[in-house]
Design a protein around this ligand. Structure first.
Ligand SMILES: Cc1cc2nc3c(=O)[nH]c(=O)nc-3n(C[C@H](O)[C@H](O)[C@H](O)COP(=O)(O)OP(=O)(O)OC[C@H]3O[C@@H](n4cnc5c(N)ncnc54)[C@H](O)[C@@H]3O)c2cc1C
Length: 336
């Protein structure tokens, strides 16, 4: 018998992309599916309903839940937040050296980082267009600093290329731009673009390619001052008994193309991930701490919501105290 074909939801598709290719790829896919849009935040919401004094239960003390708690309480609602974890912040979370974490499956891990080092297991970047979060960071005293989106001296790696030896990002980028620049310049000079680019514009394009690709005076990307000025020298100029620099060898175009490492460069060129990007000083957990200072007293931690019942009188939420095991109920006019 044939299995029924289940339709795939957008969420299924994004989960598959996230699992196979990681969070960045998923975010890019979300952007292209119009699922991750730039914020049109112009300021906190003006909540001017006539429900002052009404009660609201908010489920989850992530950034969304705590933002809602902050604004609804300011608007005069009685707010309670139920949070499963024994901390607030949800995925906005930072693990410092010495912290331990027990996963749902029971495995406990201890972070053995040097003092001051940390890891954000979830989000780490606050792009420039996240106006809402940037606003709340300012308001809640969460210090931000620039996030280094591209490290040109980092290594990129493909186990099947260069004998598995990692390559400098700047080598791959400089050599890729250089070779592409040279190939395009050759096409211009061979008249291959004559239909598209006028003679005058072709001259401008050649000049631009020389600069963009670090080409030499003959429009070639070869070992020399131009290419080494971009990718780095074997022996840097200046100082010592012999100040003569030794240029480095660019990777040849065939090896570079076949390595696939060109895939590693330019991944941050989508408009929504362009500089300037921020991060909280001390990690994303500082965002949670900022909100906690403002709304922490409204949050009941260790409270796992198991059921929501709504009728004409309001909402009843059933939750379990994860420390004591006690099953409790909370009632409110509204639930978020
Ligand atoms: C790996 C990764 C990287 C990311 N990187 C970035 C980034 O760099 N920049 C960026 O802007 N975004 C990033 N994101 C997205 C960002 O983390 C989310 O958009 C954001 O955390 C969502 O906040 P939230 O409050 O909606 O949900 P959450 O942070 O998930 O909060 C939900 C809360 O509800 C609680 N909860 C769940 N179920 C129950 C229950 N039954 N009872 C009680 N409480 C419950 C949870 O414990 C949690 O505290 C990333 C996400 C991931 C996973």
């Amino acid at each position: 018998m044939n299995e029924p074909i289940m339709p795939m939801t957008k969420r299924d598709l994004l989960s598959m992309i996230g699992t196979a290719a990681g969070a960045s790829a998923m975010y890019m896919a979300m952007s292209s599916m119009d699922q991750a849009k730039a914020s049109d935040f112009k300021g906190p919401p003006k909540l001017e309903g006539d429900n002052k004094g009404a009660s609201v239960l908010i489920l989850g003390a992530g950034v969304a839940g705590m933002t809602a708690a902050l604004e609804l309480s300011r608007a005069g609602y009685k707010v309670q937040v139920l949070e499963y974890n024994d901390r607030v912040g949800g995925r906005s979370w930072t693990l410092q050296g010495g912290d331990t974490y027990t996963e749902l499956g029971g495995a406990t891990q201890t972070c053995r980082f040097a003092p001051g080092n940390y890891i954000n297991p979830g989000p780490w970047r606050i792009p420039w267009h996240h106006h809402g979060l940037i606003h709340y960071c300012h308001e809640l005293g969460v210090a931000l600093e620039p996030f280094m989106q591209v490290n040109y001296n980092a290594y990129v790696h493909n186990t099947k290329a260069f004998g598995g030896k990692p390559q400098r990002y700047r080598h791959i980028q400089a050599d890729f731009y250089g070779h592409v620049g040279e190939l395009l310049a050759r096409s211009v000079n061979a008249g291959a673009l004559a239909q598209t680019v006028s003679k005058e514009d072709g001259e401008i394009l050649l000049e631009a390619l020389r600069s963009w690709g670090a080409l030499d005076r003959n429009m070639r990307y070869v070992k020399g001052a131009a290419s080494s000025g971009r990718r780095g020298y074997d022996k840097e100029p200046g100082g010592g008994l012999s100040a003569v620099p030794e240029p480095s060898d660019p990777i040849d175009v065939q090896t570079l193309l076949r390595s696939g490492l060109w895939r590693s460069i330019g991944g941050n060129l989508q408009w929504d991930h362009l500089s300037t990007i921020f991060q909280p000083v001390g990690g994303m957990g500082q965002v949670a701490k900022g909100f906690e200072r403002a709304v922490g007293h409204m949050v009941r931690k260790n409270s796992k919501v198991t059921a929501i019942h709504q009728d004409e009188k309001g909402v009843i939420v059933t939750y379990k105290d994860t420390k004591s095991g006690a099953v409790m109920k909370a009632a409110a006019d509204y639930c978020l």
